[in-house]
Design a binder for this molecule. Structure first.
Ligand SMILES: Cc1cc2nc3c(=O)[nH]c(=O)nc-3n(C[C@H](O)[C@H](O)[C@H](O)COP(=O)(O)O)c2cc1C
Ligand code: SF4
Ligand code: SF4
Length: 428
């Protein structure tokens, strides 16, 4: 059994899995289920700013929407379909408990959970709601008063401030962080958003210099989608925020870039964790812990023990004694100067492509449905109920490998003899 525990911003987490703020942690039952499932920590659903009133969460419009289920692939590999979906989320205004009820709610959560899991309490980004005539940081300061009471009751272990807000002037954030740090003894963490819109490393450094204790990368990103006939967005009246199951490589890159640029803060990776290998990838990219929200929303808490067991076994199989050994282990493979991958396989050797395409004929269904149209070099043709790739035309571009749902096409290095034969045959 590997050691799964991590130190996070001075806290002892029994493992690296944190429940991300959302509906799962807006009920005492949900929080208890998260702790029972083995989460090291979870963040309660963010407090609803009082100026929104109860109407803030009593809207009937669905709060999230599932898109991009990759239906075509389902036909071929049923087991792929369910996991490969993205969820758009919007209009989720905050906890159903409001500011007042949040204190009692946190107390009941602590009673139900005890200290089996660390409990985070959360303010809210302030972009929702009607225009108001007070400075945006006032919402944080109001929430700080509520948090003070919760902390005085011993009902929370850390604070998370989501920054899901592109209107709020980021340069004001250090001031908010300093105020939080002067008020609270517990760790104060920031959850950044919108990795597509902001220079992440600069934002991370701004937060680090302001004295925050840890960062969560990321909450979500603002996206725009709409019906081309009606111009309706999925949520009727707003921009919407999305976190996609396909965005883990983006998060990996952002975390790795932060690490390469000297961000030393503890980081929690988030924003699209759908499979257990995502957890490993985020940690290898430099994260200390991982948050997941929607996976649990969609699949239930059963994934928590399942992933912990699977990851434990994976670590054992790789003779890794502690999860912390993995942290940042991919960074040595990155070229720090240019912040990009080092190419391991040369494109060509002496004018000949260094790799050759290989078709596993035993597994090829001969459908030609996926690979054939995907070849922009017209190198693939149907032959005897299978396919054949014309080596002379093939540019080893890599497209067909990814399109065949059966994994029939791969690439292998050419031997020196094959390289010579290729050169002779095609006079390169
Ligand atoms: C329906 C829904 C409600 C959410 N509510 C909150 C919230 O109140 N506060 C917050 O900080 N993040 C909230 N989030 C964001 C999640 O905590 C998480 O950062 C985001 O969904 C990305 O992680 P994931 O890909 O694991 O879901 C919410 C997400 C969803 C889908
Ligand atoms: S390589 Fe894949 S996509 Fe192409 S014919 Fe064979 S099974 Fe179909
Ligand atoms: S690797 Fe590219 S060029 Fe070669 S057969 Fe596949 S799609 Fe065509």
């Amino acid at each position: 059994m590997a050691d799964l525990s991590v130190k996070y911003a001075g806290m002892d987490f029994k493992n690296f899995l944190v429940g991300g703020s959302g509906p799962s942690y807006d009920t005492v039952e949900g929080c208890k289920a998260g702790a029972d499932a083995g989460l090291a920590a979870f963040v309660l659903k963010s407090m609803t700013p009082a100026f929104l009133g109860r109407a803030g969460y009593q809207h009937a419009v669905p709060r999230f929407k599932t898109v991009n289920r990759l239906q075509p692939y389902r036909r071929w590999q049923p087991e792929l379909g369910e996991e490969n979906m993205d969820i758009l989320s919007a209009g989720e205004v905050g906890s159903v408990w409001g500011e007042e009820g949040y204190i009692e709610f946190a107390h009941k959560v602590r009673q139900a959970v005890g200290h089996r899991a660390k409990i985070g309490i959360s303010t809210f980004g302030i972009e929702f709601g009607p225009p108001r005539d007070f400075p945006p940081e006032e919402v944080y300061y109001r929430h700080f008063e509520v948090m003070k009471e919760i902390l005085a009751n011993g009902d929370a272990d850390f604070i998370e401030m989501p920054l899901a807000n592109i209107c709020f002037d980021l340069m004001d954030m250090p001031k908010v962080i300093k105020k939080a740090k002067s008020m609270f003894a517990v760790p104060v963490t920031i959850k950044l958003s919108d990795p597509f819109f902001f220079p992440v490393v600069e934002r991370a450094k701004l937060m680090q210099n302001a004295g925050v204790d840890a960062l969560t990368l990321f909450d979500c990103s603002m996206v725009l989608d709409f019906d081309i006939e009606t111009k309706q967005v999925p949520f009727r009246d707003t921009w919407h925020y999305a976190a996609s199951g396909s965005t883990i490589p983006l998060v990996n890159a952002c975390i790795a870039q932060c690490r390469l640029a000297g961000v030393t803060l503890p980081i929690t990776g988030s924003f699209g964790v759908w499979e257990w290998p995502h957890v490993i990838k985020l940690i290898m990219s430099g994260a200390d812990a991982v948050q997941m929200c929607r996976k649990v929303m969609v699949r239930g808490f059963g994934v928590v023990p399942e992933w912990l067991e699977t990851i434990n076994k994976w670590l054992d199989d790789h003779n890794i004694k502690s999860i912390t050994e993995l942290k940042g282990s991919i960074l040595e493979r990155l070229d720090a100067r240019y912040r990009r991958m080092v190419r391991e396989e040369p494109l060509e050797r002496g004018g000949v492509p260094s790799l050759k395409p290989v078709v596993d004929l035993a597994r090829c269904q001969g459908c030609t449905h996926w690979c054939l149209p995907s070849c922009g070099y017209f190198a693939i043709r149907a032959k005897d109920g299978k396919i054949e790739i014309d080596e002379g035309k093939c540019a080893v571009c890599g497209t067909c490998e990814g399109t065949c749902p059966f994994g029939v096409i791969s690439y292998q290095p050419r031997t020196p003899q094959e390289t010579e034969a290729f050169r002779q045959r095609y006079r390169r």
